[in-house]
Design a protein around this ligand. Structure first.
Ligand code: R5P
Length: 302
């Protein structure tokens, strides 16, 4: 395909997989971080009609975001190429509204920045909320990793009579779809976050399902500090389940989040490779490649 894939520093492995599957040329990027934290980027200009930058904006968030914007600007400068940004993990998507008076709606700023540097289309994966998408005026595709995660669970976890749990109401539809693919039951917990301290609380609640002896899969869009999964796991353990697993699309995993989650009784954590980590066992490259191909050469997709 006539595509140049630019491998952003945060997503080199994923970009390589996508380039291989599309038989596209892969452009590597030289970069240097100065002592003051600034990044200098040196990259050759993409050739051809289609330029795709792949860069997830996980921590260090602002650095990865700024790098994405710099590379997109370089791609679009004086170029006729169609510029497509693939941002599997979209930072700031949780600040999609003014929760407390005076807060800046960060997602609106990020959307504007992507557009300012010449991005014509954008692909992301399991963005935190549909509201986040509303700030873009370009064509944005929000891909779902649910079926890939479900396929992984079916093939590898071999869970006994699994129950899928959403840690909060916001994730209920996602968990419902996942449970449907596993042909099993689901539960939604009631979770609160103190908007000032950001502490997470899982309310004491009566479960409308007996999970004793059953394997539990807690599913979330992202795990950041791990607090939501820790509190959910501790609460669920009181109901004597068999194994507890945690699955998510984006394993942000701040500091010792993985250890905290394991210490809270979770047997295994599985994520996609939207963020490169050892637990990122579910490869997003097939869905991303397919979406790129459907945009660039729709006729090539059945
Ligand atoms: C919140 O609504 C999200 O879906 C996640 O549950 C949350 O962002 C996870 O964050 P943490 O791991 O810090 O609890």
């Amino acid at each position: 395909m006539d595509i140049s894939i630019v491998a952003g520093p945060s997503s080199v492995d994923l970009a390589t997989k996508v380039a291989n599957s599309l038989d596209a040329s892969l452009l590597s990027v030289d970069f240097r971080i100065f002592k003051d934290g600034e990044t200098k980027i040196n990259m050759s200009k993409p050739v051809g009609k289609n330029c795709v930058l792949i860069q997830s904006t996980y921590p260090p968030t602002d650095r990865h975001l700024m790098q994405a914007l710099m590379m997109l600007k370089k791609c679009s400068d004086g170029s006729l190429a169609d510029i497509l940004a693939v941002v599997p993990y979209m930072a700031y998507s949780r600040q999609d509204r003014e929760f407390l008076d005076g807060e800046v709606v960060s997602m609106a700023v990020v959307a504007r920045l992507f557009e300012c540097v010449g991005t014509r289309r954008l692909i992301t994966v399991d963005i935190h909320s549909p509201t986040s998408l509303s700030y873009f005026s370009i064509d944005v595709r929000n891909l779902s990793a649910i079926s890939l995660l479900a396929k992984y669970a079916i093939t590898n976890l071999k869970a006994s009579r699994p129950v899928v749990v959403s840690p909060d109401k916001g994730g209920a539809n996602r968990a419902r779809e996942f449970a449907r693919l596993l042909q099993t039951d689901m539960l939604t917990l009631s979770k609160r976050r103190d908007m000032h301290s950001t502490e997470v609380f899982v309310d004491k609640q009566k479960l409308n399902l007996d999970i004793a002896g059953r394997d539990v899969i807690i599913l979330d869009d992202m795990i950041s500090t791990g607090e939501s999964i820790v509190k959910a796991s501790k609460f669920l353990l009181e109901a004597n389940p068999n194994n507890i697993y945690a699955m998510c699309t984006h394993a942000v995993m701040i500091e010792n989040a993985i250890e905290k989650i394991e210490a809270a009784g979770v047997k295994e954590i599985i994520s996609t490779n939207s963020i490169p980590r050892s637990i990122g066992k579910v490869d997003l490259s097939p869905v991303i490649s397919r979406e790129i191909a459907s945009i660039i050469e729709p006729a090539a997709i059945r």
